[in-house]
Write a protein of this length. Structure first.
Length: 155
């Protein structure tokens, strides 16, 4: 999957279905098949994973020692709500009621790509997060990205 940029506005219909924008869907399925996993995110959003991304993450998670309590709790919480979805003929995916409730999603959503996944946000929460930009983004960027070895590295 090539890098996806931008934000996508979508709506949830009365049956809990969300139509994936065709430009986004095309990028998501490039060589990856058409089924996805949707799960809870960390900040009261949902996350859509391609099967390939889901397998990479779960491979690492499944290596955790579940005899360690914090690992067991993390694994249990991480997998809770994970749902495999396949777009229907109208490019819609069905979001479960529990996932919609978790993310506070009613009707309007924003899809925001982040590191190989797509976050699905209730419009209001997404807008609040954008408004709550860090006071000093420059300092945050230096803190997070400042120790990179070679910024001119060719990929």
């Amino acid at each position: 999957m090539s890098q996806i940029l931008g934000e996508f506005d979508c709506k949830i219909d009365a049956k809990g279905r969300m139509r994936l924008p065709s430009t986004l869907l095309k990028k998501l399925v490039e060589g990856e098949g058409e089924s996805f996993v949707i799960n809870r995110g960390f900040e009261k959003c949902l996350v859509l994973y391609t099967k390939k991304e889901w397998e990479k993450i779960t491979y690492r998670i499944n290596k955790l020692n579940t005899y360690v309590k914090k690992n067991r709790e993390f694994v249990r919480y991480f997998y809770r709500g994970a749902t495999e979805v396949t777009p229907d003929s109208a490019d819609r995916v069905l979001l479960t009621k529990r996932l919609l409730e978790y993310a506070g999603i009613d009707k309007d959503v924003v899809l925001a790509p982040i590191k190989g996944t797509i976050e699905i946000w209730a419009r209001e929460r997404f807008d609040r997060n954008v408004e709550e930009e860090p006071e000093n983004f420059e300092a945050l960027a230096e803190d997070v990205m400042g120790d990179l070895e070679d910024e001119n590295e060719v990929i």
